[in-house]
Design a protein around this ligand. Structure first.
Ligand code: DAH
Length: 357
């Protein structure tokens, strides 16, 4: 019996030594030590051994098990080392090969223009506010003093969405960034100085309109804000943004439900050549005004203590003017050739360098 065990152990050790890879080694382990393995069977048979021999037999079996387990582990480590050596010998890196060309992404002209706008207003102390693309009709219209059945609601060619908000309001894709004014004023007390760039939507599609476009909203609320602040701020912005120190800027009386008085702002250009800053023609560029007292009241702000100005500007229009692009349609076509031709290198950071004396 003891001889049997000795020869079984010797045989198994020989098989362990001969195992050429990890799979073969594991087969040897299972055959000897697995649930149905030979040594396991011998251990199970211990009960049938005569009591006076059982102790010595048990010790011998345990010693054999330990020896085999150790041998398997040693062989496993040796095989793993050998496999690694082989891989290292086979894998070589040719450090003289030229690198693969790396795809360089570019910043879209809209993103770049937003960065430029934020840089100028940021330098004036404005921070960036945000709101969701899906709004309720109260923030998009009602709170802005655009009542139901007001023609402005139709003018905006609104995309209405199915379903209602939790408080029972109609859902719309925001038709302008002005609802961010409402979110900002209801979100915290004045003073406020924010700009809100973002996507806006109207059911309108032709050469100069895309159903999705971008606006930037501005809002300044404080105790003593006047029309003079509005004018100074927007003139400075337009001259800095376009980099033309003497850009002509004209304020023209207008109407928006959410401002009183309201003004549209034009810049001087040459309609024939498209050149900005001279030429005697005027180009409308943004809407603005003093925030209507009703809008302040709708947001819980005391209009006898606080007042301010607001403005809204289309980003595509100023992007095209500033960067010399004549067609709006390719903006959202994802044509890689157009994107390469018009994109900006991400490391060219927009600055507030303005060309203004
Ligand atoms: N929301 C207006 C539009 O989409 C633009 C606008 C005009 C915004 C005057 C303003 C403003 O904040 O004061 O046509």
């Amino acid at each position: 019996m003891t001889d049997d065990l000795a020869s079984f152990e010797a045989e198994t050790l020989a098989r362990i030594g001969a195992a050429g890879d990890l799979a073969a080694l594991d087969a040897v382990r299972v055959a000897a030590l697995g649930k149905n393995g030979a040594l396991t069977a011998l251990m199970k048979g211990l009960g049938a051994v005569a009591p006076e021999e059982r102790k010595a037999r048990g010790a011998a079996l345990n010693a054999a098990k330990d020896a085999l387990t150790q041998a398997i582990e040693a062989r496993r480590a040796a095989l793993a080392d050998a496999a690694l050596d082989q891989r290292l010998a086979a894998e070589r890196i040719d450090v003289t090969l030229p690198p693969r060309p790396e795809a360089q992404g570019l910043v879209h002209v809209i993103s770049r223009t937003v960065e430029e706008i934020v840089a100028v207003f940021g330098a004036m102390g404005f921070t960036v506010a945000e709101g969701p693309d899906i709004e309720d009709d109260w923030k998009n219209f009602g709170a802005l003093n655009i009542p139901e059945h007001h023609p402005a609601r139709q003018d905006h060619d609104t995309f209405y969405l199915p379903g209602r908000t939790a408080d029972g309001r109609e859902k719309v894709l925001r038709t302008h960034t002005s609802p961010v004014q409402i979110r900002t004023m209801t979100g915290g007390p004045p003073p406020i100085r924010v700009i809100a760039p973002g996507r806006t939507y109207r059911a309108d599609h032709d050469a100069t309109h895309s159903p999705m476009f971008h606006q930037v909203e501005g809002l300044a609320i404080d105790r003593h804000i006047t029309l003079g602040h509005l004018k100074g701020c927007l003139v400075d912005f337009l001259r800095a943004f376009f980099g033309i120190a003497h850009l002509p800027v004209r304020f023209r009386s207008s109407y928006f439900p959410f401002t009183e008085p309201s003004m549209e702002v034009d810049i001087g250009w040459n309609r024939r050549t498209g050149e900005l800053g001279s030429g005697g023609d005027w180009l409308e560029i943004l809407g603005s005004g003093m925030v209507h007292p009703k809008v302040l009241l709708n947001c819980g702000i005391d209009h006898t203590e606080w007042q301010g100005f607001a403005f809204g500007m289309g980003i595509e229009r100023v992007a095209m003017l500033k960067h010399g692009l004549t067609d709006l349609r390719p903006f959202y076509d994802s044509d890689i050739r157009w994107l390469r031709a018009t994109g900006f290198r991400p490391e060219d950071v927009a600055s507030t360098a303005t060309g203004i004396a």
